[in-house]
Design a protein around this ligand. Structure first.
Ligand code: TYD
Length: 142
């Protein structure tokens, strides 16, 4: 099954001096980062995402706002809330994501395993479900 989970980052510091958190390629997250991108100035109740990736892995990080991410594996859906800087959401390839801005948010930052490639996107949910249920990702994406 394609993996998706919250990664809780270490928080170094105290309430007196503030905190520092970090994540490192292939250590705290399961891939090497090749690209960072971010969305911003999305209005409250904004809805983005609505796609899956054939190969790309990502972590989503929402340091200021409050975002709900619905992750669908072709059969069932899991809801995640990102509302603290010390939490990342890891999303493997082969998972559909819907992202909702619960508040008008400053930034959703994404670290991705590869450069931008439009042909890695699946933007049609029925097509995604068919691929997931036919075992596209179980068979190594062939
Ligand atoms: P998309 O990934 O669909 O954004 P969201 O899921 O937030 O709605 O990308 C929106 C547009 O931006 C689309 O035309 C592709 C383009 N884009 C790039 O050119 N480079 C990138 O790194 C990304 C993520 C998107």
């Amino acid at each position: 099954m394609q993996e998706h989970s919250i990664i809780q980052l270490e928080e170094i510091g105290s309430s007196d001096i503030g905190y520092l958190s970090f994540f490192e390629s292939c250590k705290d997250i399961p891939f090497a980062i090749n690209r960072i991108y971010f969305t911003y100035a999305v209005p409250e109740n904004g809805h983005r995402g609505m796609h899956a990736h054939k190969k790309l892995q990502q972590v989503l990080w929402c340091p200021f706002g409050s975002i709900e991410v619905l992750v669908h594996d072709g059969n069932s859906q899991t809801s995640y809330k990102l509302d603290t800087p010390s939490k990342l959401l890891y999303i493997d390839s082969g998972l559909w994501r819907d992202i909702f801005w619960l508040k008008s948010s400053k930034f959703l930052i994404v670290a991705a395993s590869d450069y931008y490639k439009e042909d890695d996107y699946i933007r049609n949910f029925d097509e995604f479900k068919l691929m997931a249920n036919k075992g596209y990702w179980r068979n190594g994406g062939i």
